[in-house]
Design a protein around this ligand. Structure first.
Ligand code: ZN
Length: 81
């Protein structure tokens, strides 16, 4: 495969990810731990923002990616380490 093939592969992966809401973390697909769904709406949150201090973590500006399951609404959290 040449440069064009690689570019098309990257484009297709990006397009399908946006439409289907399928994501990967650490090389593994994100799967809902409640219902097993694989489609998510991606968001983010600051762990030190108001209302989230119950984490009692001393990280400055720690942020997390959130994946909301489109099937059941369960939120999977991934902290940026
Ligand atoms: Zn779910």
């Amino acid at each position: 495969m040449g440069l064009l093939g690689d570019t098309m592969d990257a484009f297709k992966r990006g397009a399908s990810g946006d439409e289907a809401g399928v994501y990967e973390r650490a090389g593994r697909p994100v799967i809902c731990s409640h219902c097993g769904g694989t489609s998510f709406d991606k968001g983010s949150a600051l762990l030190n923002s108001r209302g989230l201090t119950f984490f009692d973590l001393d990280w400055a500006n720690a942020s997390a990616d959130t994946y909301i399951c489109k099937a059941c609404g369960h939120i999977e959290w991934f902290v940026e380490l």
